[in-house]
Design a protein around this ligand. Structure first.
Ligand SMILES: Cc1cc2nc3c(=O)[nH]c(=O)nc-3n(C[C@H](O)[C@H](O)[C@H](O)COP(=O)(O)OP(=O)(O)OC[C@H]3O[C@@H](n4cnc5c(N)ncnc54)[C@H](O)[C@@H]3O)c2cc1C
Length: 386
């Protein structure tokens, strides 16, 4: 009888895992029934929301219908949010009342945004961490006539560590050609750039920031509040005319409600490395953004992609009696920087005594071609589902 895999979440991690499971099983002529259950008919490519804010992409260009994966990759897709996980009984139940049983479960549910966890953070400022927010930021940038723009990272780790760095350079370029030269400051609670991306990429960004007159201030430690014209932190106050904010990461509610919070840090989910399994139920894999920090990984699409590949390989190994489980691969990351682009690479090694990956990152290349590769990669990813 065909083994059943349920994949919960139709974003980066869910699509990568379901696609690899079904296409590898089909290629080898092995029976495997893969069902992806998701909350939205839209498979989004979130980095393209930055382009929506800058006016170079429409919201419709940032997503493709996840249902098309049935035709393209051959697994089933159910659009109906999961409400309960019964790990003991190996079942998930959706809000619509469908119950699916499984031999293996993969969970990739991204992150929730804790905007209301700091006074004023939900009320003031703009962001492009969603399509509606991106349209609001687009309008705010278009109308901007002020002097001070502040990018605020309230808390670490947060969704996509390179975002404010890339966006600050893009915003500088956006205004420069309009003949405006606002003061741009990027505020981090600690030096996360070095911690997460290493000295090589930190040097790259600091050089670029110096060249383009962007201030990088890392070390305010704790955000106190945001008011309509300033950010108050433990280490000082920062006035702004335009605030561009990143969200604090929080565990998606359905995972919190079902007892899947990490015991050491409830902002994230339970998980153990190096195969991304649940500590008590090894047939359950957690590969979404919520599962990255507990095993020392970054909260971005590229590490999640790799985690989904490891989990899919591990399921194929157990289901079919031997399939070489891929090692956690180096993560090549493409970014924008002003008119140009950069390519950074992080290499990983598993540290069993810490239960985490160690990592080292460095700059591989810079130049305008890399910006083009990044843009084409996102569009090609979505085109494959159209
Ligand atoms: C502005 C921005 C720029 C970014 N830039 C980059 C970048 O340059 N490089 C990079 O690597 N990463 C980048 N990222 C981060 C990257 O997009 C995310 O880390 C990645 O998409 C997370 O993958 P995921 O599968 O965990 O979750 P997501 O892709 O967020 O998908 C979560 C899925 O879960 C579904 N879901 C939610 N609730 C339920 C439920 N109850 N039941 C079933 N399904 C549910 C949702 O519908 C969705 O399909 C960026 C993100 C943003 C916002």
């Amino acid at each position: 009888m065909a083994k059943k895999v349920v994949v919960v979440g139709g974003g980066t991690g869910g699509l990568v895992a379901a696609r690899m499971l079904q296409t590898e099983a089909n290629r080898m002529g092995q029976p495997l029934e893969v069902t992806l259950v998701t909350a939205s008919e839209r498979h989004y490519m979130p980095p393209l929301w930055s382009e929506v804010a800058l006016g170079t992409a429409s919201v419709d260009e940032t997503w493709a219908p996840i249902k098309n994966a049935e035709r393209v990759y051959g697994f089933k897709v159910l659009v109906d949010p999961v409400k309960t996980f019964d790990l003991k009984g190996r079942k998930v139940t959706t809000e619509g009342g469908t119950t699916l049983d499984y031999d293996f479960l993969v969970i990739a549910l991204g992150t929730a945004y804790g905007w209301s966890d700091y006074p004023g953070l939900d009320k003031y400022g703009f962001h492009n961490y969603g399509p509606e927010g991106a349209l609001e930021l687009k309008e705010a940038l278009f109308k901007f006539k002020g002097k001070k723009i502040v990018f605020l990272v309230p808390e670490l780790p947060f969704r996509c560590g390179i975002y404010p760095l890339e966006m600050a350079l893009n915003v500088r370029a956006y205004f420069e050609v309009r003949g405006q030269h606002p003061e741009i400051t990027v505020l981090y609670p600690a030096n996360a750039v070095r911690m997460a991306l290493g000295e090589g990429l930190e040097r790259f960004f600091l050089r670029r920031f110096k060249r383009h007159g962007i201030k990088y201030e890392a070390g305010f430690e704790k955000l106190v509040e945001v008011t309509e014209d300033k950010i108050v932190t433990q280490k000082g106050e920062y006035a702004y005319d335009l605030l561009i904010k990143s969200p604090p990461s929080r565990l998606p509610k359905v995972l919190a409600d079902n007892g899947l919070a990490h015991p050491g840090d409830p902002r994230f989910s339970v998980v153990t490395g190096p195969r991304f399994q649940h500590p008590e139920y090894p047939e359950v894999y957690l590969v979404g953004e919520h599962a990255m920090p507990p095993v020392g990984l970054l909260t971005a699409g590229v590490p999640i992609h790799n985690a989904a590949v490891v989990a899919a390989g591990s399921i194929l190994h157990d289901a079919f009696g031997g399939y070489m489980i891929p090692s956690y691969a180096p993560t090549l990351c493409f970014g924008h920087s002003f008119e140009s682009g950069f390519m950074g690479n992080c290499e990983y090694w598993w540290i069993p005594e810490e239960g985490k990956w160690g990592h080292a990152c460095y700059t591989v290349a810079t130049g305008p071609t890399i910006r083009m590769v990044k843009d084409s990669f996102y569009r090609a990813w979505l085109d494959a589902l159209r």
